[in-house]
Design a binder for this molecule. Structure first.
Ligand code: PHE
Length: 334
């Protein structure tokens, strides 16, 4: 009976312990065989009770061994599927925002601080919004400046080549004063290299009100470059865009501190970061805004280029390869 109590109380953590227990009771030289061997020495009147007690012990021991084996195997299965459920949890990996999104959000923040809102439009555009309304009528030679992807055979439908199309839509639907920036993806049928890609991102800006001058444009650019780059040594080079007059290209002086600076600025320290100008009166007219009453400026920049400078990225293709070793470096809170 003491044996039965011991068997019932037994517990095991491992299969090894169960096996040792089985050998102790049920093995060839185990306790039970000893009992069976001593059976003949038991006085006849006690044989029945003795036999019953030994059989009860045998049954109890066998049941116990079977039970323990089953629960231990069950636990092992659980471990196989779920790991050790008593362990503390593994930390969850936190993702990173894409560098294009980070820089886009920074640009939006800077302009929203001076009263610009954000406007968006379709990536698939019609000819009017991407070209004609922007003072680029059919057969205008400047259309060739933007290598356009057309949608199958319909020459009226295309992938927008700039987000100036959003500015047209905005002017059509809103009356001045207008202060809006239009971030978005644009498409150009260009050869892919370390410096250019056929899909990239732009932020364009538009400011229309009474008495807006080129000086306002320049001050806005100085403010913007100071906020984003921490420095605002810029130069404006006369340029040409059909939708602005006069037009200029904006270069920022970045310096040549690193090899990447050298590569991105082609060894000059200067990098062209955007185009800009005073909105052409024809564009205002096309959007039902009276150019004798209102004037304005516009600008447009490529986000990739700016992100390359800010984050020292030497090849534009890195943005689209989804290589985690690249993306994980942008665990930023912006
Ligand atoms: N839309 C021009 C481009 O994509 C940039 C630009 C915008 C230039 C506004 C002048 C004014 O190249």
């Amino acid at each position: 009976n003491t044996h039965i109590a011991e068997v019932k109380a037994f517990n095991a953590e491992s299969k090894k312990e169960v096996e040792a227990f089985r050998i102790k009771y049920l093995g060839k030289k185990g306790i039970l065989n000893d009992f069976f061997a001593s059976f003949k020495e038991v006085p006849n009147d006690q044989k029945k009770a003795f036999g019953q007690a030994v059989n009860a012990l045998k049954n109890t021991a066998e049941t116990k061994v079977a039970e323990l084996k089953e629960t231990l195997e069950g636990k092992q299965e659980e471990k196989g599927i779920y790991g050790d459920l008593s362990k503390p949890g593994e930390p969850i990996e936190i993702g990173a925002r894409h560098p294009i999104s980070i820089v886009k959000n920074q640009i939006i923040e800077i302009f929203s601080n001076i009263g610009f809102n954000v406007s968006e439009g379709p990536e698939m555009e019609d000819d009017w919004h991407n070209f004609t309304a922007l003072n680029l009528p059919e057969y205008h030679p400047a259309r060739d400046m933007q290598d356009t992807f057309f949608i199958q055979t319909d020459p009226d439908i295309l992938l927008r080549t700039h987000t100036s199309s959003v500015q047209v839509r905005y002017m059509e639907n809103n009356k001045p004063p207008i202060r809006t920036i239009s971030p978005g993806r644009v498409f150009r049928n260009e050869a892919i290299s370390s410096r250019s890609h056929c899909i990239f991102h732009q932020v364009e800006g538009l400011y229309i009100d009474k008495d807006v001058s080129f000086a306002d444009l320049k001050q806005t650019l100085l403010y913007f470059t100071k906020q984003l780059f921490g420095k605002s040594k810029i130069r404006l080079r006369p340029s040409y865009f059909p939708f602005t007059e006069p037009s200029a290209e904006v270069d920022i002086y970045w310096g040549l501190e690193t090899e990447t600076d050298y590569r991105i600025t082609k060894g000059t320290g200067w990098l062209e970061i955007m185009g800009c100008g005073m909105v052409d009166p024809n564009v205002l007219k096309n959007c039902d805004i009276d150019p004798t009453e209102y004037s304005g400026f516009a600008f447009g920049m490529g986000i990739e280029r700016i992100a390359m400078l800010l984050h020292q990225i030497g090849d534009i293709r890195m943005f689209y390869e989804n290589d985690l070793r690249f993306l994980e470096q942008f665990k930023s809170s912006f």
